[in-house]
Design a protein around this ligand. Structure first.
Ligand code: HEC
Length: 543
């Protein structure tokens, strides 16, 4: 199908209400294990050679139905996700205009339980202290725990493996060629202690009692089944989408953790365009992380080990690069975050330097960076500024991932105020500032935090499931709070008034990072990047 024809076909479904489109094919079915209905099964339909697949979830009676207008007359393959099970045989079918197709999906126990468990499943069953289990979260940014728990290293053998991991750059991913960085020093004693923990949970020892408790988390139930998930498969498996932003052109823009490009997805067609930018440091890993819009709709990208920021003009499609100033630029300079939202106020853009665990600020007109003295020399070691937000005066609010606080840096005086979260080891990671509130993910505490900027008070919610490691959180205009969870392939939606939650399960392992609420749909929906699945996902609750 040509691009134009495909666009017309797809947009027709989107623009016309289902009832008016009598010729649309429809698909419903029954999913079962033996004679028993199987509920909470994620059923995915993918058209031959299409970059877009659509998933829905079976209900308590094992029934599923794809809402009208989501599928085209064509050949489809169906796949499922239910921890511990697989399809008894491959299912393909051809949908015809105006017809209701019916699919009978028989499941059998899966042949590879290990691959069907999420990182949260492993962590929940695992023996070991909370500290050691929390430390395993550092592995998840590059790969799932399956590699760790199914390894056979003794404690001594694990040490060289751990040293090798420490030499890989954060831009390395599950499906990519490892990228190297300037090695990081880690004390031998901590490495040895951690290595003996790892050798106690892998296959090097016969005593593996904890594995008896290994099982997939229960499938989605009740309202968590009322969702349509559209997955946009990006053109190459080594693309590592990290952040997503809905641009002012309506496209979904994403940062790529692995290659020096900015990506653009057309949600109507699934077409992807990539915009390359020149390297600032050809000998350092490429790839960008935080992607944020400024007040004019330009997109800013944090260039990680390249040492700087890039501004992308969405209209002219041109990049302007801002390398970190010479005095502040060194081998381990790493810009993970950027915050341009308040740049119209004073011409300044905030960023982080992971190498020195500090905050930098760029003056756009001169291209000069300065360091904000946010921590004294004594307490520096424990801090690590992460998610950044700016208020109406372009004061910076940042999440201190290394410690357990939100901090505010005054734009005029650079004086820093620190607000510790009620929970210890909360490791606040990323979030959003809106309507006088900062909604953020407490990565280490498996909680969602809401900070009221006027009263300087916190509220915390234990919404995401155990060991899910919420990476990011945001409140939508309906007041619901969303999180993207790194370790359990689920997105949580919480109603802070009633405490009710939904947990939407993605069709595959994704390593969810940044989320972006789409306020143009009713109810609001969510976009996110599957960092390990080379895909973007659109989560649309049905109600
Ligand atoms: C910065 C990215 C990165 C991080 C973080 C990372 N790994 Fe890895 N890991 C890799 C890559 C790339 C490979 C495959 C290449 C290799 O084995 O060197 C790998 C492979 C492995 C393997 C299989 C190979 C072997 O030697 O047994 C184990 C086990 C492993 N990692 C353990 C860990 C543990 C434990 C952690 C967390 C403490 C961790 N990794 C963190 C990138 C990473």
């Amino acid at each position: 199908m040509t691009r134009t024809v495909r666009w017309l076909a797809v947009s027709f479904f989107i623009l016309f209400p289902a009832a008016a489109w009598a010729d649309a094919p429809a698909l419903s079915g029954f999913v079962h294990i033996g004679a028993q209905p199987a509920e909470g099964v994620v059923v995915t339909a993918r058209r031959n050679d299409s970059a877009v697949s659509v998933s829905i979830v079976s209900d308590a009676r094992g029934r599923f139905i794809f809402p009208a207008g989501r599928l085209l007359p064509d050949a489809y393959a169906l796949t499922i996700r239910l921890g511990g099970y697989e399809l008894a045989q491959p299912v393909t079918l051809t949908l015809r205009a105006g017809e209701l197709a019916n699919a009978d999906l028989a499941l059998t126990p899966g042949h590879n339980l290990s691959a069907e468990l999420t990182d949260a499943d492993w962590l929940t069953a695992m023996s070991g202290s909370d500290r050691d289990r929390r430390a395993l979260a550092t592995c998840l940014s590059c790969h799932s725990l399956e590699r760790v728990v199914n390894s056979t290293h003794s404690a001594a053998e694990f040490i060289p493996t751990l040293r090798r991991m420490l030499n890989y750059a954060a831009e390395t991913g599950q499906n990519t060629i490892p990228q190297r960085r300037t090695p990081v020093e880690t004390p031998d004693a901590r490495l040895a202690e951690f290595a003996s923990f790892l050798a106690s949970i892998n296959l090097s020892q016969k005593q593996q009692g904890w594995r008896a408790g290994l099982h997939p988390a229960p499938p989605p139930s009740g309202r968590s089944q009322r969702v349509v998930i559209t997955q946009y498969h990006l053109p190459r498996p080594n693309i590592e989408p990290h952040d997503v932003v809905i641009g002012r052109d309506g496209a979904i823009w994403y940062s790529d953790d692995n290659e020096p490009v900015l990506g653009r997805l057309d949600p109507l067609t699934g077409d992807v365009e990539e915009f390359p930018y020149p390297l600032l440091k050809p000998d350092q890993p490429p790839g960008g992380l935080d992607l944020e819009a400024d007040g004019e709709g330009n997109l800013w990208l944090a260039l990680m080990a390249q040492g700087g920021l890039a501004r992308f003009d969405v209209t002219s499609k041109r990049f302007t690069l801002f390398p970190v100033s010479p005095g502040l630029n060194h081998d381990t300079t790493q810009q993970s975050m950027v915050m341009p939202a308040g740049a119209a106020v004073d011409g300044k853009v905030w960023t982080t330097d992971v190498g020195t665990r500090s905050i930098l600020r760029l003056d756009i007109a001169s291209g000069v960076y300065e360091r904000a003295p946010v921590f004294g020399p004594a307490d520096k070691g424990s801090h690590l500024p992460y998610g950044l937000m700016a208020d109406a005066q372009n004061n910076l609010w940042f999440l201190d991932f290394g410690a357990e606080a939100i901090a505010r840096v005054d734009a005029k005086t650079l004086v820093t105020s620190v607000y510790p979260t009620p929970t210890h080891f909360s490791h606040p990671r990323r979030g959003r500032l809106a309507d006088g509130k900062i909604t953020f993910a407490e990565f280490g505490a498996q909680k969602i935090g809401v900070f009221n900027m006027a009263s300087e008070t916190f509220q915390e919610f234990s919404a995401p499931a155990a060991w899910s490691f919420p990476y990011d959180a945001a409140m939508d205009r309906a007041g619901q709070i969303w999180t993207g969870n790194l370790a359990n392939d689920r997105v949580t939606r919480l109603n802070p008034q009633s405490g009710a939650t939904e947990e939407y399960l993605l069709p595959e392992h994704a390593a969810v990072r940044r989320i972006f609420v789409d306020e143009s749909t009713s109810p609001p929906s969510l976009w996110l990047a599957g960092n390990h699945s080379a895909a973007l996902f659109h989560i649309e609750p049905l109600q």
